[in-house]
Design a protein around this ligand. Structure first.
Ligand SMILES: Nc1ncnc2c1ncn2[C@@H]1O[C@H](COP(=O)(O)OP(=O)(O)OP(=O)(O)O)[C@@H](O)[C@H]1O
Length: 492
């Protein structure tokens, strides 16, 4: 349940949520949808399972048949409360329209109910969403393996990284708002408190939130005309709390009988008067990651972005299959070879392609309408001077590898060159390829399999149709949610 944040004046509470589930009986029709059963309720809304009433309606074939209907009643609320509900719905719709991503629950439609004969429903806002199978909260009690926890947390980081890149802070990250699709994929939901980063560094949101996930600075945040200041680092704090819960079977990180008492424990920790005490079962890597997320001040936490955390998780996931001696091999000589790659011209033997691979296989679960590979990645050149020029100077060109399992040296690149900001199509990712260290010392074993554009993005030699190559993940800031690549041992 979400409640008002500390120090907030009155606002919509959770008073009607328990009775809300009776609002819509099974069989009730909402636009093109028929209610089947209640799924859940929060402070603003009751969520029902719905199914399409007319399968033959125009466009029906493109839409899922099973949906979730989030009903946000406004009648009976004080005008200010009704405005808050309408604002929350507006933010959900705005994110749905402007920031769609496979790691965010998909908004299909929104409408306002007209039900003059049913005063409790009249004027209610309805959000029609893709339906998830469960929430992370549902999974916590059963215990989550480290591998599964890693996958779930990586999915949350991908969703946050996308939101932050798109200029939004979620501001209410918690296990209830991490949904699990029927194919097991992670989807962030509930953007009713999301804040747009209007200044680039922070935005403003209503003085509300879920107390157990609020960062220390929010407990003292002044309430201005625009609301309270919200920064992406607030989501990172909440992520730290969630990481702990994932590996501690849902046990709260800060002790106290009530959310307010636990908030006092947060303040004690932030003031340096109490240590962070995580459950013993939290594995070392995740303990370290959560500790960084839970840095007590915004300034200390800001260094740990969702992208950088994702990168650390990717490297860690790749680590067990990379023998230590192999990683240790890459000293100065390899690094110099890597740097040389940024400047060398077109070099390299034949292009490696997978016979019979189309790159258009449906994602697991194959849901219609959810983004499927290939997905776009934009090339990033760590050399600042190269990012500022658009003349495709050969010295600023970057090479794509032929084989991600061999050192990324001049002899292992395809003829097609790419430049900063080129957009490439990736169809899968490999977390445990050869180590690559870029010019800014970022080290990664993560690679994307790229379909080479037949014209050559730089106007260089074109590739044969369907040819592929490999982009080291250090050469892009994007982290599209791609499936894993099959082990690249295929014919060369
Ligand atoms: N698309 C969906 N598919 C399946 N279940 C969903 C979906 N959206 C929400 N739910 C379920 O309904 C519950 C309430 O939804 P939601 O959190 O969006 O409502 P809310 O009133 O904004 O909640 P809160 O006040 O706790 O933030 C969720 O915890 C989740 O279990």
């Amino acid at each position: 349940m979400r409640v008002q944040g500390p120090g907030a004046p009155g606002g919509p509470g959770a008073s009607w949520d328990s009775s809300g589930t009776e609002l819509l009986p099974a069989g009730h029709r909402v636009g093109d949808w028929v209610v089947t059963e209640p799924i859940g309720a929060g402070g603003w809304a009751t969520v029902y399972a719905g199914t399409r009433s007319g399968a033959d309606a125009p466009g029906a074939a493109q839409e899922p048949r099973e949906v979730a209907l989030k009903i946000m009643p406004t009648s009976g609320l004080a005008p200010r409360q009704a405005r808050s509900v309408a604002e929350a719905a507006r933010r959900e719709v705005e994110i749905g329209v402007r920031a769609g991503h496979p790691r965010l629950i998909r908004l299909l439609d929104s409408t306002v109910l007209s039900a003059p004969g049913h005063p409790a429903l009249d004027g209610a806002i309805v959000l029609v969403m893709e339906r998830a199978g469960a929430s992370l909260r549902d999974l916590l009690g059963a215990g989550i393996t480290e591998a599964e926890g890693a996958r779930l947390i990586a999915g949350i980081c991908e969703g946050l990284a996308h939101l932050h890149r798109s200029g939004w802070v979620h501001a209410d990250l918690k296990p209830e708002n991490v949904l699990i699709g029927e194919d097991g994929s992670v989807k962030l939901s509930d953007f009713g408190l999301a804040a747009e980063l209007t200044t680039g560094t922070h935005g403003h949101g209503p003085p509300m939130g879920t107390l157990d996930y609020l960062p220390p600075e929010r407990w003292r945040a002044p309430l201005g005309e625009l609301g309270v200041e919200v920064r992406p680092s607030a989501d990172i704090w909440a992520l730290g709390v969630v990481i702990h819960e994932v590996f501690a079977s849902g046990a709260p990180l800060f002790s106290g009988a009530t959310p307010v008492a636990r908030g006092a424990a947060v303040q004690e920790y932030a003031a340096g008067r109490a240590p962070l005490r995580m459950a013993n079962g939290v594995p070392e890597f995740w303990r370290a990651l959560a500790t960084d997320c839970l840095a007590p001040t915004h300034a200390a936490r800001a260094a740990h972005t969702a992208e950088s955390l994702l990168e650390r998780i990717a490297v860690r996931q790749a680590a067990p299959s990379v023998p230590r001696s192999r990683t240790g091999r890459f000293g100065r000589a390899t690094r110099i070879a890597l740097l040389a790659l940024a400047a060398c011209g077109a070099i390299g033997p034949a292009i490696w392609s997978y016979a019979g691979h189309t790159g258009r296989e449906a994602a697991p679960g194959g849901r219609v309408g959810i983004a499927e590979p290939p997905l776009q990645v934009r090339v990033f050149n760590a050399e600042k001077g190269c990012r500022e020029r658009t003349d495709r100077d050969p010295r600023c060109s970057l090479g794509l590898a032929i084989d991600p399992m061999r050192p990324y040296t001049a002899g292992n690149v395809v003829p097609t060159r790419v430049w900063h900001a080129d957009v490439l199509e990736a169809d899968c990712q490999l977390l445990s390829g050869e180590v690559v260290i870029d010019e800014s010392d970022t080290r990664s074993t993560h690679w994307f399999r790229i379909r080479l554009p037949s014209a050559g993005p730089g106007g260089g030699p074109g590739a044969e149709p369907g040819a592929i190559a490999w982009l080291p993940a250090v050469r892009t800031k994007d982290r599209p949610p791609l499936p894993g690549c099959p082990a690249p041992t295929a014919a060369r």
